[in-house]
Design a binder for this molecule. Structure first.
Ligand SMILES: [Zn+2]
Length: 243
C-alpha cells in the first residue's frame, strides 16, 4: 500500500521517476533485491512487518502493480517511533481518493546513525499517519531515537484497508540533499530528488549486526533506558511492549 496506480502512471509519463526509478529498475524482476527478513526478539510484542521491500504482494494478498518500494509495519494502534536521531524535514497531506493521509519525512546524518563518513544522508518517510497523531511534530525540529512520531492507522482512515505504516528509506548524497522538488498529481503530493536512491529499510536495521547470516535481520526494540551512543543504524520503528 502506498502509491495509487494513477500516480505511478503520472510519474512515469512526466519522466519524474528520479527518486523511484532506479529502485523500480532494481525491483523489476519482482523479487526482493536484498532478501533481508526480520527476526523478532523473544519477550517483546512487536507489531510485524507485513510487507517486505520488493514484494509483489499487497497486504490483502492481491498482486501489486509495482514492486513494493518500502516496508509496511504494525497493527492498528501501535506507536510509530523515530528509528534514529534526525530532523523533521517535511510534513504533508496526501489525498488518495479513498481518504487522506499525512506523511512525515525525517532526515538523518551519518552521525545520527553512528555510521562513518559524511558523504550521504538518509531520508525516512512515514506514510498513512493521522493529522491528530502528528500534531506535536514541527518541521525543522530535532527528534531523538525512540521519540513518538504517530500511530498505526487504517490508510486514509478507511477500514477496508489493513492498518499499517508504510516506511521508505532513501540514501542521498549529502551535497545534493536540498535538491528536492514538490509535485502534486490529483491530490497526491510527493517529493522528488533525482539523486535519492531507494534502499531496503531493513538494511539500516541490520547495521548493528557484525554480519548478516542468511539475510536475517535481528529486530532491536527501543528501550527508554537504553544507551544508544554506540548503536549503529535503526532500532525498530514501532514500540514493542515487553511481554
Ligand atoms: Zn507499503
Amino acid at each position: 500500500m502506498r502509491i495509487p496506480a494513477v500516480f505511478l502512471t503520472g510519474l512515469l509519463l512526466m519522466g519524474l521517476a528520479g527518486a523511484l526509478g532506479a529502485a523500480r529498475d532494481a525491483l523489476a524482476d519482482g523479487s526482493p533485491p536484498t532478501e533481508l527478513t526480520p527476526v523478532y526478539p523473544e519477550n517483546f510484542a512487536c507489531g510485524p512487518i507485513t510487507s517486505l521491500f520488493g514484494s509483489m504482494t499487497d497486504l490483502d494478498h492481491s498482486r501489486r502493480s509495482e514492486p513494493h518500494v518500502g516496508i509496511d509495519l504494525g497493527n492498528r494502534g501501535d506507536v510509530v517511533i523515530a528509528p534514529a536521531d534526525g530532523v523533521i524535514r517535511a510534513i504533508w497531506r496526501v489525498e488518495h481518493g479513498w481518504g487522506d493521509d499525512w506523511n512525515v519525512l525525517l532526515l538523518h546524518a551519518p552521525a545520527d546513525l553512528n555510521l562513518p563518513g559524511q558523504a550521504v544522508v538518509y531520508f525516512t518517510e512515514f506514510d498513512h499517519l493521522r493529522r491528530d497523531d502528528i500534531a506535536h511534530l514541527t518541521v525543522g525540529a530535532r527528534v531523538r531515537r525512540g521519540d513518538r512520531i504517530g500511530v498505526v492507522r487504517h490508510p486514509g482512515n478507511n477500514a477496508q484497508f489493513r492498518a499499517e505504516v508504510h516506511l521508505e528509506v532513501y540514501e542521498v548524497p549529502a551535497n545534493r540533499q536540498d535538491e528536492m522538488t514538490w509535485h502534486t498529481d490529483g491530490g497526491f503530493r510527493y517529493w522528488v530528488n533525482h539523486a535519492a536512491r531507494l534502499i531496503d529499510p531493513l538494511s539500516l536495521l541490520a547495521q548493528h549486526q557484525r554480519e548478516i547470516v542468511d539475510g536475517h535481520v535481528e529486530i532491536v526494540p527501543y528501550h527508554a533506558t537504553g544507551d544508544y551512543r554506540a548503536f549503529r543504524g535503526f532500532i525498530y520503528p514501532l514500540s514493542c511492549p515487553n511481554e
